[in-house]
Structures are given as C-alpha cells and as structure tokens.
Design a protein around this ligand. Structure first.
Ligand code: SF4
Ligand code: SF4
Length: 382
C-alpha cells in the first residue's frame, strides 16, 4: 500500500510552474528517505487553458511494487493532503472534461488535510467548501493566490511554504529534514529552506466536522450511454425567448444545458446598468455567449455560464461599467439585471460593496506593462 499521496489543484497555466515545483520536491524528498516517488497530472483536455482548474498528483511509496499497485487506478482517491493553490477554487471545481461540479475535498481521505493558500478565515472558507460527509482538517498558509515562477513572476517561495506545511500535517508523505535536503540539492539555498521552515511553523489547522460546510448539492448531469454518443462534439441549444420567469421579451442565446462553467472562474463581471450605453460589445465579444438580452435592451451576464475570462470588461468602452470582482465576494449566481430592476438603489449599494473586491489579476489581455505593475504591487505587499 502506498504510504502517501498529495493532490494539487491549481489554475491551469498560471499556476502550472507552482504545482510542478511542489510535486518535484515531494519526489526528491522521498528519495532522500529511500522511498520511491512519482508525479503526474490529470487534465482531460490537454493542453491546459488559462485559469481553468487542473490537477497534479505526487505519490510516495516504500517500494516499487506498492507504487505500481497504487498507480493502477485511473485517478488517485483517498489522498492524505489536497493542496488548493487558489482559495476561489474552494467552491468546487469543473475542468472542461467533467460533467458537473466536483467538491474540492472529494478526493481527500477521511481525516486528511485540505491545505489552502488564503488570506481568509477558516470559517469563511468552510462556508464555501461542500460538506464532505466525513471529518477532515482545513489547514491554511496565509498567502494570496500566487503565480510563483511563471514567466516574469518571481519565485515567491509559495511552493516550499506549502511543502513545509505538508511536512507538518502529513509526515508520512514528507518530513521537514528530507524537504530541506531536497531544497539544498544541487545548490544550497538557505532562503528557501527558511521559507519551508516558516511554512512548517506557521500553518494553522482547523478540524472540520462531517456535517460542516456548504450544503449545496454539487451539480451533476446524466451522462449519455455509449450507444447514444455521436461522432464529434455536439453542443446543443436553442434560441429561446421569454424563458426566464418574469421576463417579457428579451433574448437568451442557446447554451449547452450540461456544461456550466461558473466553477472554473476566480472572478466575475458585475455590470453598472446606470452607466451602460447598450452598445452590445460585451454581448458580441463574450466567447461563451454569456450575456442575455434583457427585455429593455440591457445585457445581463448569466452567472452559470460565465468562466470569468474578463474579455467583456476589456471591450466595454464605458469606464468602470464592468468590474471584475473576486469570486469569494459571492454566494450565488443571481441575475444582476433582475436585482437592478427590482430595486436600483439597493443594487447601487450592492455594486459599490462588490467593487471593493475588484481583482486586477492578469488573464493575458490587459495592456502591455501590467506585469511590471503587478510585480511592483506584490513587492510592496511582501
Ligand atoms: S468574463 Fe465576461 S467575456 Fe468572459 S465569459 Fe464571463 S461574461 Fe463572457
Ligand atoms: S460593453 Fe459595457 S456599455 Fe456596452 S453593453 Fe456591455 S456593459 Fe453596456
């Protein structure tokens, strides 16, 4: 039986280097203890896409035979630790290939540890995470979602801080000594070793009961039987009018009823209808046909369909009409246009509150020079 395994859930492309570095050090540290280690990724629609949830695994075993036995499964379950590199993923994840939302803790074993980089409180995170039906521990390393090591982003030691925390919560996978030995090879790196020690010392852990957490039932779809499958990808949909209850007129583009993208996003657009000019750019340019045309001609983004790419914000010609707001500021996918129609004053307050959580994380579409700005801001923080 394998002695330990770790699942790393991260934002595709943006955090791939971070995830790779975490896995690599687990394997190197295992070898320092005369164990065998292996790492591999799971992504059903390779290559990865920007920001879409993806996974890597690192497995440590005593012998080659144990490792072979463990790897005969398709996807490792019962992991000792699930590392979540971006706390907005705590609401559940959906990569392109899954049908529905997978709770973030679904592959974690009973009494295992969900280890999250976050600046939020344990209770706030537990409110987002689906109930597991079995006890586990929520461990937190205080840090923002990091792009460590990607392109021009400097290595901010998030990888070794997380690994130090793994050494604390799952010593069967990793010990601090073996981690530091791995960090120092081939070249001694006192700064990284100190960061690993910091992660070990600073990680906090909160027990989570079987019944604690988000009560929502994760979305699941009935998959077609093999005999019903068709050649090529078929995205069905129909153009529907007056579909939404209470809507007289308006227009909703046809969407695939079994492909909801909201759990892939880390931020969502919020619209200021008071300044919107109905120019239609957002509606035309959204790659996922997310905008419904409301009966009065405004464009209402459907929050079940939006993946949070931020293109609508980029193309909107009105300053501050669309704001990208961090996903942690929301608990539902309600229609913004309906809220606004119901009570525009209340909506203005709601909007102002949400705009406090504006995010400027890059998705590769911002103007040249943004990376330099982001790095400067990060350096100021640390
Ligand atoms: S962020 Fe905007 S452009 Fe991107 S999917 Fe959502 S609504 Fe469409
Ligand atoms: S792009 Fe901006 S101004 Fe134009 S319709 Fe969309 S939200 Fe309104």
């Amino acid at each position: 039986m394998a002695t330990g395994s770790v699942e790393i859930i991260y934002r595709g492309v943006f955090q791939k280097t971070l995830a790779k570095n975490i896995c690599r050090d687990i394997v190197f540290a295992a070898r320092k203890r005369d164990k065998v280690g292996i790492t591999f990724s799971r992504y059903s629609d390779s290559p990865e896409r920007n920001g879409i949830p993806a996974k890597q695994f690192a497995v440590v075993a005593d012998t080659d035979e144990e490792m072979e036995e463990y790897l005969s499964r398709y996807e490792p379950g019962n992991n000792d630790v699930t590392i979540v590199c971006d706390d907005t993923l705590c609401k559940g994840i959906e990569s392109w290939g899954w049908n529905g939302v997978q709770p973030i803790n679904s592959l974690l074993k009973e009494n295992g540890t969900l280890l999250v980089t976050s600046e939020r409180s344990p209770n706030g995170l537990i409110g987002d995470i689906h109930r597991k039906g079995a006890p586990y521990n929520l461990a937190i390393i205080k840090a923002p979602a990091s792009f460590s090591g990607m392109w021009v982003f400097r290595d901010d030691h998030t990888d070794v801080r997380l690994l130090g925390a793994v050494a604390k919560v799952a010593p069967n996978v990793l010990t601090l000594d073996s981690l530091i030995a791995a960090i120092n090879e081939p070249k001694k790196n006192d700064a990284k070793a100190a960061s690993a020690k910091r992660g070990y010392d600073e990680v906090t852990s909160t027990p989570v009961g079987a019944d604690q957490g988000n009560e929502a039932i994760p979305i699941k779809f009935e998959l077609p039987h093999m005999s019903q499958m068709e050649e090529c990808l078929v995205v069905r949909g129909e153009h529907v009018r007056e579909e939404a209850p209470g809507w007289q007129g308006g227009y909703r583009p046809g969407r695939n009823p079994v492909f909801k993208k909201f759990s892939t996003r880390s931020a969502r657009p919020v619209v200021n209808f008071d300044t919107c000019t109905k120019c239609s750019f957002c509606w035309l340019q959204c790659p996922d046909s997310v905008f419904n045309v409301a009966p009065d001609g405004y464009y209402d983004p459907d929050m079940e369909a939006c993946c949070g790419c931020g293109i609508c914000k980029e193309v909107c010609p009105v300053a501050d009409c669309i704001t990208m707001v961090g996903e942690e500021a929301f608990t539902d996918n309600q229609s913004q246009w309906e809220l606004w129609k119901k009570d525009d004053k209340k909506y203005t307050e709601w909007l102002a509150e949400k705009q406090q959580s504006e995010v400027t994380r890059s998705h590769g579409l911002h103007h040249v020079g943004q990376y330099a700005e982001e790095i400067a801001a990060e350096e100021k923080r640390s």
